[in-house]
Design a protein around this ligand. Structure first.
Ligand code: ADP
Length: 210
């Protein structure tokens, strides 16, 4: 089996979609199901020491709704994944890596090539931008994300998504992209996401399912 050996890219699923589409919500639930390991760059960035040099840089960009520079993002992501591996939380022989929030532009897709082997992209689609903005406002309070209370910053996050992140979908073969309507209730979005994720899990990790 090819997965998880030193130097080999991890079989990976991307959870993709506009800010507020529910990537994090789905990722948090899925990571409790055996066979999935959720990794969100937004969560990693918010957990960084704000007084460290990297923490300050990350904050400087993210608080304005701008992307954190690519090399820095990939370095922090890689260190985190390696750390999770070394403490036995991420088990690459048994778990499909679920990436949420990364790659966020075409350059990041290229930088990630040595590390990930993208098997499926769950695209949480939403036609109703206003519904997403409302979700973001609610979450800002619940999750202590003060930048998201600032309407200008939220608008900028959407612009960045349209201009830089959406093209990520063109980087990968179209047959990998599975559209899931994200405005349904959480269990419904989960149900449809699993319809696309479970076959990938069974194909690439057949042993752990026995
Ligand atoms: P949202 O769902 O609002 O887009 P995230 O929690 O995914 O929020 O990310 C919060 C912020 O962290 C982003 O707006 C961006 O500034 C920064 N960020 C997260 N992931 C990346 C990434 N892969 N590359 C660059 N910046 C990122």
């Amino acid at each position: 089996m090819a997965n998880g050996l030193v130097g080999e890219p991890y079989p990976t699923a991307l959870i993709f979609g506009v800010p507020g589409a529910g990537k994090g919500t789905q990722g948090e639930i899925l990571t409790r199901i055996p066979g999935f390991f959720h990794c969100s760059t937004g969560v990693i960035f918010r957990s960084m020491d704000p007084d460290s040099e990297d923490g300050r840089l990350v904050r400087d960009f993210s608080s304005r709704g701008e992307l954190v520079p690519d090399e820095l993002t990939i370095r922090i992501w890689k260190n985190w994944v390696d750390a999770m591996r070394s403490i036995g939380k991420f088990l690459p022989r048994k778990q499909l890596l679920l990436l949420d929030g990364i790659p966020r532009n075409a350059a990041q897709c290229e930088l990630l090539e040595p590390y990930i082997d993208v098997k499926v992209i769950v695209h949480l689609e939403c036609q109703d931008e206003q519904a997403m903005i409302e979700r973001i406002r609610r979450r800002a309070m619940l999750e202590n994300r003060p930048d998201d209370l600032n309407e200008e910053v939220t608008k900028r996050r959407f612009e960045v998504y349209r201009e830089m992140t959406k093209p990520v979908l063109e980087y990968y073969p179209p047959e990998l992209i599975k559209n899931v309507e994200s405005t349904g209730i959480v269990s419904e979005v989960l149900f449809h996401s699993l319809r696309h994720l479970v076959p990938v899990l069974k194909e690439h990790f057949p042993r752990q399912l026995k």
